[in-house]
Design a protein around this ligand. Structure first.
Ligand SMILES: C[S@@+](CC[C@H](N)C(=O)[O-])C[C@H]1O[C@@H](n2cnc3c(N)ncnc32)[C@H](O)[C@@H]1O
Length: 271
């Protein structure tokens, strides 16, 4: 076929094709086989402190990472409760609001200790948060560092409709979330999609995304549809600073029973 075409095409065209093929070959330089590699470090033990050190070593502002993440005491308590509730059973979890991955890695590590086949679906729009652009790349690096990258299914999108970043707060006089709103892009309505695809399939849902109480109230309606009976709802910032979130936790009603409130997180079991 090649030689037939060669004879039919004008000489100039044939030379041009040959030149192009040679150039393409020069641009492609195989440096190794695209084979799979083992997870970076399955055996590296997770701790919140080690996670923060890892992220700081990547150049992130340690204060912003600490202040923007659920503290170690609450994450350790959550790990104990997940172990007590679910034991070695395989679970499907949902995590909304990843930032740079501290609470997500903590939950994935807690799952690995109980039942390594468990999965967490992790929703976040990957917009700048607390002055950190493209936070998802740090999430992936953190999960990889602790050998947890296979235990998380990331979904890059808003839980509901597009919302203002940084909870409408300007940190350190820098990034203005209102001025930059039009430049931020992500897919939307991930929770309603999951409600259609996986109703009553989740063993636990942790919500720590947009802190606007009206927005969170609608996320909670989705959670009620996503959680199976006996599943756990985990809310961050159930405290005086976020009075609207605390009110919503108190107003969950008869459909839930309280498992924990520690001035930071609230955990309730769906009846
Ligand atoms: C407080 S941080 C999460 C901290 C994280 N849970 C931790 O403890 O490591 C809130 C995160 O939610 C994200 N977020 C904001 N609005 C959201 C929305 N509508 N849907 C999902 N995530 C949202 C932010 O971009 C940010 O990454």
């Amino acid at each position: 076929m090649k030689s037939v075409l060669k004879n039919l095409l004008p000489y100039g065209v044939v030379r041009a094709i040959q030149r192009r093929t040679r150039e393409n070959k020069r641009r492609r330089e195989p440096v190794g086989r695209a084979t799979s590699t083992a997870p970076a470090s399955e055996d590296r033990e997770f701790s919140v402190e080690q996670a923060i050190r890892f992220l700081a070593a990547r150049g992130l502002d340690e204060d912003q990472v600490r202040q923007g993440s659920i503290p170690a005491a609450s994450l350790n308590r959550l790990a104990e409760i997940l172990a007590a509730e679910f034991g070695p059973r395989r679970t499907l979890g949902l995590h909304v609001g990843n930032f740079v991955g501290v609470s997500l890695a903590a939950v994935a590590a807690a799952n690995r200790s109980r039942c390594p086949d468990s999965l967490v679906i992790a929703i976040d729009p990957n917009i700048p948060h607390r002055g950190i652009p493209n936070p998802q790349e740090h999430v992936a690096a953190l999960l990889d560092h602790f050998g947890l990258a296979q235990s998380v299914l990331p979904v890059a999108g808003y839980s509901l409709e597009k919302s203002v970043s940084n909870d409408g707060i300007r940190y350190d006089g820098a990034y203005d979330p209102l001025l930059r709103h039009a430049d931020e892009h992500a897919c939307a309505n991930t929770l309603p999609h999951l409600c259609d695809l996986l109703p009553e399939r989740f063993d636990f849902v942790l919500i720590d995304g947009n802190h606007d109480d009206a927005y969170l109230a609608r996320e909670l309606q989705c959670c009620a549809r996503l959680l199976r009976s006996g599943g756990l709802l985990v809310l961050d910032d159930v405290c005086e600073t976020w009075a609207g979130i605390m009110d919503l936790f108190f107003e969950l009603g008869d459909g839930y029973e309280c498992v924990l409130m520690n001035d930071r997180i609230g955990i309730a079991r769906k009846r």
